[in-house]
Design a protein around this ligand. Structure first.
Ligand code: UDP
Length: 242
């Protein structure tokens, strides 16, 4: 599958539709797929931490969630054209699940959040079957795995924050052979539950979602400093893109 490299980290230059089409083929073949969101903050972490780099590069789809990745693609003349966000990718996978009658499991976030996200999504996506859910603070992992297995879910969304959710996916994927798609979704249950508002359309279209989030939550500045550092590193890494 086609990939682009930014500072040694793989990114899939695929659209939502291309990912869904490819994913359906893999499901038919009985193969498991993982989806991981890549943004400048994660790339900078991956540069320091080989485990994070390994987690990203060994995923099936590395989606470019973050305008910084699109700017990097422009600088490197890559094929990556548009953001593929974790929250929208999850929405597209849910629509596919409803159309193909595949059961879905939600794991992560606070109890009230994950429950509300499930209710809201079932009310808005006709035919969607959320066959089980669990909050992200349960301790008994064996009971959790059993719950997932008996639910009959074939798709699971994990919202524990990064890189915990990706580590969880890597560790538990072999124990859940019936689950064919695993996506780490960060704060997406918070968004679908209605607890957290996404940036208005204007900011998203202008590639300024980061600015909106910064205005809402000024303490994000430290995390967002990864963006200029990332771009500076990309500019000076002339030979890096493959
Ligand atoms: N979370 C969880 N268990 C934990 C820590 C975090 O379920 O032990 C949940 C948290 O409630 C939130 C989600 O993980 O709903 C994503 O957290 P955050 O927004 O910090 O992650 P990011 O997307 O920024 O990596």
């Amino acid at each position: 599958m086609k990939k682009e490299q930014y500072l040694g980290v793989s990114v899939s230059p695929l659209t939502y539709d291309q990912i869904i089409t490819d994913m359906k083929t893999r499901i038919q073949r009985g193969e498991q797929s993982t989806v991981i969101a890549v943004n400048p903050e994660k790339v900078m972490t991956a540069r320091r931490d080989p485990l994070v780099k390994d987690l990203i590069n060994n995923s099936t789809y590395q989606i470019a969630d973050g305008v910084g990745m699109i700017i990097a693609a422009k600088l490197k003349k890559g094929e990556l054209k548009e953001r593929v966000t974790g929250v929208d990718m999850m929405g597209r996978i849910l629509q596919m699940a409803a159309a193909e009658n595949l059961g879905v499991f939600f794991y992560g976030a606070k109890e009230a959040t994950v429950k509300k996200a499930k209710e809201n999504l079932e009310a808005t996506i006709p035919g969607l079957r959320v066959v089980g859910y669990e909050n992200g603070y349960v301790k008994d992992q064996n009971a959790l795995l059993e719950k997932i297995q008996t639910s009959g879910a074939q798709i699971i969304f994990v919202a524990l924050g990064s890189p915990r959710q990706e580590l969880w996916i890597r560790e538990n994927m072999p124990k859940l052979p019936e689950v064919k798609v695993l996506q780490g979704v960060g704060g997406s249950f918070d968004v679908y539950s209605g607890n957290v508002q996404r940036a208005p359309e204007f900011y998203r279209r202008a590639g300024l979602e980061w600015l909106y989030r910064l205005m809402k939550e000024p303490k994000r500045l430290k995390r967002q400093m990864a963006l200029p550092k990332f771009l500076a590193a990309v500019i000076t890494s002339r030979g890096d893109k493959k």
